[in-house]
Design a binder for this molecule. Structure first.
Ligand SMILES: [Zn+2]
Length: 54
């Protein structure tokens, strides 16, 4: 597992994020860091919105 510390410092998860913010954060996070996987709940929301992640 690789943690991109710099990215995390520059991109903290907003407090009380909206579903959109949470999804966006995880999309960006997946691009830059592999410290954790996208939670199933977020993945389900992405599916609902037709957002694809590779
Ligand atoms: Zn991370």
């Amino acid at each position: 597992m690789k943690l991109n510390k710099e990215w995390h410092l520059a991109h903290p998860m907003p407090k009380n994020p909206t579903e959109e913010q949470r999804i966006e954060w995880h999309i960006e996070h997946a691009k830059h860091c592999q410290c954790r996987k996208i939670p199933p709940k977020v993945k389900a929301e992405m599916k609902k919105r037709n957002i694809k992640i590779k």
